[in-house]
Design a protein around this ligand. Sequence first.
Ligand code: FAD
Ligand code: NAG
Ligand code: NAG
Ligand code: NAG
Ligand code: NAG
Ligand code: NAG
Length: 533
Amino acid sequence: MVPSRSSILSILVVLLLSPFIVSLPIQDRFLKCLSKYSDTSFPFSTVLYTPQNSSFTTVLQSSAQNLRFTSPSVPKPEFIFTPLQESHIQAVVICSKQLGIHLRVRSGGHDYEGLSYVSEIEKPFVVVDLAKLRSISVDIEHNSAWVQVGVTNGELYYRISEKSKTHGFPAGTCTSLGMGGHISGGAYGAMLRKYGLGADNVVDAHLIDVHGRLLNRKLMGEDLFWAIRGGAGGSFGIVTAWKLKLVPVPSTVTVFTVTKTLEQGATKILYRWQEIADKLDEDLFIKVLIQTANVTSQGKRTIATSYNSLFLGDARRLLQIMQRSFPELGLTRKDCIETNWINSTVFMALLQNNTPPEVFLQRKDPNRRYFKAKSDYAKKPVSEKALEGLWEKLFEVESPLVVFTPYGGMMSQISESQTPFPHRKGTKFMILYYTGWQDAKENVAKHIDWTRMVYNYMKPYVSKNPREAYANYRDLDLGMNNNSNTSFVEASAFGTKYFKDNFYRLVHVKTKVDPDNFFRHEQSIPPLPLHMR
Ligand SMILES: Cc1cc2nc3c(=O)[nH]c(=O)nc-3n(C[C@H](O)[C@H](O)[C@H](O)COP(=O)(O)OP(=O)(O)OC[C@H]3O[C@@H](n4cnc5c(N)ncnc54)[C@H](O)[C@@H]3O)c2cc1C
Ligand SMILES: *[C@@H]1O[C@H](CO)[C@@H](O)[C@H](O)[C@H]1NC(C)=O
Ligand SMILES: *[C@@H]1O[C@H](CO)[C@@H](O)[C@H](O)[C@H]1NC(C)=O
Ligand SMILES: *[C@@H]1O[C@H](CO)[C@@H](O)[C@H](O)[C@H]1NC(C)=O
Ligand SMILES: *[C@@H]1O[C@H](CO)[C@@H](O)[C@H](O)[C@H]1NC(C)=O
Ligand SMILES: *[C@@H]1O[C@H](CO)[C@@H](O)[C@H](O)[C@H]1NC(C)=O
């Protein structure tokens, strides 16, 4: 066949132009595309940071919570894009798809494995940082709030308290979490026994899908709306805002922290806590922070168990409940601080005494560290003997932290399939194993090995088949997708731990809404392979 003149011409044009097009830096091609697909004449270059911009590193590190992923040897994005409004993100999705750019999406940067700003395998990549999507509108009359994803949970708590002292929202205790990733993976805090998770209290959402469409609950349909409330971030699209149902809180709440060391009978008391923590009055939440401490200045070490608590009521009723249900802790009126709900969030965030809640508006987190963590779910009490073995492990690293968070109450009343978050009835408490450090020269492998060793040790005492884990406490040890070549079989290793059987419904939704797997990362939900559809 003789080629036509026009096809020769187009081949020529391609040959002549392609070196030019290819050599244009990716950010320029991206900017060009954005202005084509966004109807504004917005100067996109003012919200795009390349390594040549002097503020690149500051912006990249602005919310990167785990310092392990800020070191120079960690892969850096080609550029960071910080959209100001939803239409910018719609254009970002369309253009990234068109140019074949791998995206990472960041709201608050608290991902345990840094997946919102680091891509180890797929390169090059870019970061879409949603920190500037920060509007909150609280509607007390209708018990609701629309919250954009760049808002932190602390800011949300503060804005609610500005309007009402008797409304709150049940999300994280740490107060610098981004509402994007946080709600996507569940979001638990000191009110989970009374009101469930943050994700259980979402009534609508805005999501930008793989086609760049802006969808609300009605437009996305119930399957996708189900998936984004607990199926974890980065798999289904980019959430831009949540509509949340606010919950009632009493005008007086009570908080306390009581610490018991081994010398004060810590092991027995903790065993007792395990028997009753999930059965207590739903107004009462007592978590346990377990750390090592010095007994004497001579360096003898001990275990300190700190019972850190929020009670939705006054001290008098709290003391009655404690006397009846947990007298072993020996709580006294002197230990109890009566306050309002917003001040209780400061207390539960373990910020310094008398820190004003306005501090949440600064969105700063002074306690950033290098860290590695893992999670477990316990269905029965860990025996005293097994706890004693755990104490031995804690003595093997400098500053370990283990946290037991009680479930029960509302958590047991919500069915396992109501949302993707499956750790409900039968779960007594969640366990976090954490080791953090502040010296860049520390031996990282030593800390990672320590968490793995503790995790192995605990295997007989926690949930089995699958050994469950919290999706928001992301842990790449549980398995990873293999590059863009995501394998359904590989993904089910971590998928069933995070979501149990809900994993399969998540895969089904993914296959429907993003069959080509545009939104992906090391632990995203894969679509079904073609031969299985
Ligand atoms: C110090 C610390 C304390 C914590 N305390 C709690 C706690 O009390 N309770 C609790 O439940 N959890 C807690 N977490 C875990 C926390 O909920 C998760 O790390 C959560 O994913 C953080 O959300 P983010 O937006 O800050 O994180 P990011 O790192 O920005 O995002 C996390 C994941 O979600 C994706 N993502 C982010 N934004 C969006 C979006 N808009 N649309 C779609 N996908 C998105 C990212 O790509 C990434 O995969 C804590 C974490 C840390 C580091
Ligand atoms: C980054 O540098 C480029 C080139 O100097 C400039 O046009 C752009 O506005 C800068 N970006 C920001 C966010 O300042
Ligand atoms: C405990 O003692 C050791 C050595 O005596 C010291 O290095 C460490 O900082 C102490 N820890 C605490 C929590 O006081
Ligand atoms: C809340 O905390 C602030 C700042 O520490 C303090 O001024 C205020 O009195 C507290 N309110 C209550 C009810 O405890
Ligand atoms: C991952 O995929 C690559 C090719 O894309 C292949 O070479 C490698 O064997 C795969 N690894 C696993 C564990 O499947
Ligand atoms: C994807 O990985 C599987 C094994 O995990 C391998 O058989 C297949 O060839 C890979 N495909 C591509 C395109 O790399």
